[in-house]
Design a protein around this ligand. Sequence first.
Ligand code: FE
Ligand code: CA
Length: 501
Amino acid sequence: MTRLQRRTFLIGGLASAGVVLASGGLATAVAYPFTLGVAAGEPVADGFVIWTRLAPSPLNADGLGGMGTANVDVEWQVATDQNFTQLVRTGTYTASQAWAHSVHVEVSGLQPGAVYFYRFRAQGQISPVGRARTAPAVGTSPALTMLFTSCSHYEAGYFTAYRRMAEDNPDLILHLGDYIYEGGAGSGVRKHQPSTEITSLANYRVRHAQHKSDVDLQAAHAAAPWVVVWDDHEVENNYANLVRADSSPAGDFAARRAAAYKAYYEHMPLRAAQAPSGSNLQLYRRLRWGSLATLHMLDTRQYRDDQACGDGSKVCPAADDPGRTITGAAQESWLLDGLGQRLATWDLIGQQVFFAQMLQSSAGARNMDAWDGYTANRGRITSGWQARGNTPVVLTGDVHRHYAANIMADYGTQNKVIGTELISTSITSGGDGSASETGTSSLNPHIKFYKNQRGYVRTVTSSTEMHVDFRVLDKVTTRDYPVKTAQSYVIEAGNPGLQAP
Ligand code: FE
Ligand code: CA
């Protein structure tokens, strides 16, 4: 970009900010294309992805956001300061209707362990500014503030927890699935669009755009790079690979999954390596955070066998069939290979569903949708990490409750802690919850903590310990509640299990 172009970019930014402020919510003369905010993701030591999507009318039923058929050039800038006086990388990305005018720029050539600011310009308008951070260099282990959460049902509450995450000034945010829900409009505090269960590409695009229009969610995306994995509701409740959970609405499920996966890619700060291929999308992947931590991000939906004995909580000996898999054979090998490399002090496994055993009755009922429905696969992974000398921390979503658990070599005898599991509650799913509800049980002595409120988990990790805070809000059906810490733990590096802080 020439000096003159850069000056024009800066002046253009001020002018468009003026238009937005002066409009005061009235219809503006200029169709502002950056209604969905900006995001960064997939940090490595020399860069990250920056994302936006042009959508002046994000809820248009055709899913095209009010854009025409033409390609649109989108200029982007990365700077070391938020006034963009020190530009370090710039470029132009051609957004096309085939990808809903989404923008995925893989920025490289940056310094390790450094904070950057980014923004976009298109059609004479300038985007909000986002902040991102590169991963530290291998060989260094600076402390990491990482937040993780899951389950952001738009109708179940306001996204205040996302805003509180931004205010915690994180280096990194993980979303562990159920970023959207596929259901039609219900009776929550606000209404899904479109109002029917989503099945088409246009439908999934509108639903994602509705989420990305939320200012609290936009704040969390603008605050830090995200690393995302999906669970079931990005497609359909409790689906398993290409097996649908129910027959309503009717239709070709492979085509539906392809539409859902494509819309997910279009709306997330993912690399081209995660672009969809037919009804498939390669989402499991590893990210390195210097020599401090390796993130092994799993996909437990796309390759799993169907739930044994059907969905729900069941007494089901078939769940223990050694041939059953939740990861698929290729992902299981990939995970064990990556753990065996011992790339960093901490191995963090970011994934969707409850990993440790959780008996739900004295007769032995277990959740067939979680790892309890795929126990042989779980056993191969835990014996594999023991053989390799790992003591991972498993990070989980899905259950709309906070839990903290020790992962055991033998749950029956409660012998030997071999890992630690931190389970984040939801952003909104389940509504306000109840601060006084109890949920731990003598059936599961290794599960130490339970809280049915909304929020997220904050971790501050050094080369010697991880400090964990379970963050909660008293209400999400009323806007703007403060966040507080309900419980804290410490995990020592190389010494698995929850300890008092
Ligand atoms: Fe959920
Ligand atoms: Ca789920």
